[in-house]
Design a protein around this ligand. Sequence first.
Ligand code: KIV
Ligand code: ZN
Length: 385
Amino acid sequence: MRKINIFDTTLRDGEQSAGVNLNLHEKLEIARQLERLGVDIIEAGFPAASKGDFQAVKQIAETIKGCSVTGLSRSVQSDIDAAWEALKGGAEPRLHLFIATSPIHMAHKLRMTPEQVVEAAVSAVKYAKRYFPIVQWSAEDACRSELPFLAEIVAKVIEAGASVINIPDTVGYITPKEYGEIFTFLRNNVQNIEKVSLSAHCHDDLGMAVANSLAAIEHGATQIEGTINGIGERAGNAALEEIAVALYIRKDYYNATTRLNLQEIKRTSNLVSKLTGMVIPANKAVVGKNAFAHESGIHQDGVLKEKTTYEIISPELVGVQSNSMVLGKHSGRHALRNRVEELGYTLAEEEINKLFVRFKELADKKKDITDDDLVALIFEEKFDH
Ligand code: KIV
Ligand code: ZN
């Protein structure tokens, strides 16, 4: 199986979520949990962005020894110097350099010609290589860049010493098929591309970040970047927990694996949600409150007979204690009897049938039937006549 490196940017791109601001102590707590989760690389921040970010990256690099710690840097010497000061105490210092390569960004944001962008990228990589054993280079807005230009600049930064090439879908614009084709194009048109690791970095503006990341893996990417719970700028980044679980559940299809300790997923997700204040939607894949909840009678009956009828992921796999049967108006007799027994009551078949009628009447008026509601109904049924 192919090993896929997991590059976590919860503390950098994730912290760029509107309204999120993590202090040093919170960042360290998340970094320690990411280390327990088993990510390969933690992007701890953007050292040149602020004093706070610099301190956080430095402290994380000096504390975390179970994986590589990196920091983001523009293609300018002052950023690279700041990043080295922050990262040099780390177990495996690596730099994440970026510059935009799309016509829109080069013309309007950078106000540079393509030639100037190539020159800046190459000299930044060469300068960074004086300090850093590993330099990752990202083509910002790669997916709206012209492919021949992308291939040209990638070839030049590889020659200058970059050993990881990242292809960000900065604005979440690409589709899975097109994203895969970019990786294939680069693999077929860039000299020495087989000597570097190819990385995917997807944003979720059109809701395709996870699908795009998986498409990249199918087309040769060996590193995936994303965040826990998919937090990040605008609609967020690719949700790493979804990608890791998809690779695990569909290893028959992807034939690829990560070194994540999947049982730590729920704990990591809860911690990130608590410290960032970003609530996890109930229906969020893998970590949402409803991800392992069954409400309809047909589903509940199936799961009670054999879990795999409606559960492709076992809750224990990701550190969730168990699935749950939510009693509501769609629920059936089987789930009702099961819950009654769990609550410690033994009812005859006749009593269950009557209770079921009362339960359905109540469920038509109320969204969730709680255990207290059920006990009240059982008492009415058993003792009220
Ligand atoms: O989305 C993006 O392009 C980025 C880069 C800085 C890698 O986050
Ligand atoms: Zn990004």
